[in-house]
Design a protein around this ligand. Structure first.
Ligand code: SF4
Ligand code: SF4
Length: 529
């Protein structure tokens, strides 16, 4: 037995601080696998890259599997979060900070200094880490690897390996198992393999991860992409049409039926990584009221910005060659303004009461967009939006949202701010889906408040920072824009209080001020009704 001081106040031994022999062996294997990648990074002339890459990825995957088996299969099914606040990695300790810094540095190099990873510039051969992945890239698509291929491969391996761990950890809960298999499938097939095969079929088409819907792929309607789609024959046109259908038909229907969980927790790659590799950090999300306030301002600003940027980008290129596109600049602008006005008016007529104070955010957002659209109409030229070069605005947006927020902060800071910091504060797709989930969806989490013992497990492990317990204590349904329907609150509730359900929209939002179990005169409340 270890002589280390045990800081836990738990009466039952939390036994989560020491690693078993098997876990140590598994960690060792994983570290050797990573070490091979580091060796490649230093551009040593490694022999047989195919064997080394296979060995490295296999060691990482096998290490993760052995670690997961040793951690969870030795115990009964059930809630498995013993000691999370006592482990350095999961409680913002030294290991957490080191991991955060290493991840963040990796993202900075990936986005801004790809040469350091060995990506060959201007057709030159790859070296270093990127060259190590050349054999796999050649096998899949017949071209050398790029830094994005390396990233995509490691991303997929992480989701598969940690997905396995997640499935074992939550093996008492079928919902968690099935949705994890779903994100593993979508990452492997849609994000990784299909784009490579599509390149083999038609190398002129741009990279397209079919599950990435606008505005997550905010760049999808830029001129070079639209032109490639149009020139790409039947497959290209099909991709362009699919891009539009997924925004205006598939997404609204699925969100109406199931809430935003169909995307954020079952399909999306960012959500997939957050749920699997980021699972150890979900308790780090900030639950305070002030964080909720910041969240609403930031995410709605991102949404307004992405609508404006996409509109502006399409607007600028529609004017370059009027014969090329059937849509002209002004018609497009009127169309966007008309569509947004229609949505706004319908919501104000039918949903004003449900919105409550949030109506203020909607009205401000709508006004900003309309004023900006008028500005674009009056003050823009072929290449300029107001006083800014269209190209500069575009790259600044791509830099701020695509690189800094989604990569460097969104993933690099998992061990500091929690695993869904990007989904909560920065993802414009989450903002649109959340808006629809709140307004027009059958989804809610019901709470059987009388059973709640106020343990707080649900709030602690809600990665979106929702104070679930506050709803449970009142027996109130949880209908929140930010809820990604991960179901973890329900999976860790020892009393079976919470249930994710799709049902009629009538009575879905049922705010109540009554705290169940508090000293209230229930007859008084009944008489008031
Ligand atoms: S409320 Fe529950 S289902 Fe929704 S995000 Fe939080 S933990 Fe996941
Ligand atoms: S709903 Fe369940 S997990 Fe949340 S406080 Fe109540 S008993 Fe605990």
């Amino acid at each position: 037995m270890s002589n280390k001081l045990n800081h836990s106040m738990s009466l039952a031994k939390p036994d989560a601080q020491d690693l078993s022999k098997k876990q140590k062996l598994a960690l060792g294997l994983g570290i050797v696998g990573l070490f091979i990648l580091v060796l490649a990074l230093f551009n040593l002339h490694l022999p047989n890259k195919t064997i080394l890459l296979t060995l490295s990825l296999t060691l990482i995957a096998v290490g993760a599997v052995i670690y997961a088996n040793a951690t969870y299969l030795t115990k009964l099914k059930g809630i498995k979060n013993d000691g999370v606040w006592f482990k350095s990695i999961s409680s913002r300790g030294a290991l957490g900070w080191i991991t955060g810094i290493v991840l963040t540095s990796f993202y900075i190099v990936l986005y801004f200094y790809e040469g350091l990873l060995g990506a060959g510039a201007d057709g030159a051969a790859n070296t270093g880490l990127v060259a190590l992945f050349d054999p796999l890239s050649q096998l899949l698509s017949g071209r050398p690897a790029s830094q994005w291929f390396v990233y995509g491969t490691l991303y997929t391996v992480a989701i598969l390996a940690f997905g396995y761990k997640f499935i074992l950890k939550y093996r008492h809960n079928r919902y968690e198992q099935i949705r994890t298999i779903s994100v593993m499938f979508f990452q492997l097939a849609f994000a990784f393999l299909i784009p490579e095969f599509m390149y083999v079929m038609n190398s002129d088409l741009p990279y397209y991860d079919l599950k990435n819907v606008w505005p997550l792929n905010y760049y999808n309607f830029e001129q070079y992409r639209v032109d490639s789609f149009i020139n790409g024959g039947t497959i290209g046109m099909a991709m362009l049409i699919f891009g539009l259908v997924s925004i205006f038909i598939i997404t609204p229907i699925l969100t109406f039926k199931f809430g935003k969980r169909w995307y954020c927790s079952w399909v999306c790659g960012c959500g997939g990584l957050a749920e699997t590799a980021g699972d150890a950090f979900r308790q780090l999300s900030d639950k305070s009221q002030s964080a909720w306030k910041v969240e609403r301002w930031v995410i709605h600003s991102v949404l307004v910005f992405v609508v404006l940027m996409t509109t502006a980008v399409i607007y600028t290129y529609l004017g370059y060659d009027a014969n090329k596109y059937w849509l002209n600049k002004n018609l497009f602008l009127y169309g966007v303004a008309g569509f947004l006005t229609l949505v706004f008016v319908l919501i104000m007529i039918f949903k004003r009461n449900e919105l409550g104070k949030d109506a203020k955010y909607g009205a401000i957002g709508y006004l900003v967009v309309i004023v900006a659209l008028i500005g674009i109409h009056l003050f823009s030229s072929e290449t300029k939006l107001f006083i800014f070069e269209a190209e500069t605005l575009r790259s600044t947006y791509g830099f701020l949202i695509g690189a800094i927020f989604s990569g460097v902060i969104g993933t690099g800071f998992y061990p500091i701010f929690g695993n869904r910091v990007w989904c909560r504060f920065g993802c414009p797709m989450a903002a649109i889906l959340g808006f629809q989930q709140r307004m027009f969806s059958k989804f809610r989490i019901t709470t059987n408040g009388g059973q709640c013992i106020s343990c707080g497990n649900c709030s602690t492990y809600c990665e979106m920072g929702i104070d679930v317990r506050a709803y449970a204590q009142k027996g109130e349904n949880i209908v929140r824009s930010s809820c990604v329907g991960c179901g973890i609150c329900s999976a860790v509730c020892p009393r079976g209080v919470l249930k994710l359900e799709n049902d009629s929209m009538v009575g879905r939002i049922n705010p109540t001020e009554v705290l169940l179990g508090n000293d209230v005169d229930l007859m008084d409340l009944v008489n008031k009704k």
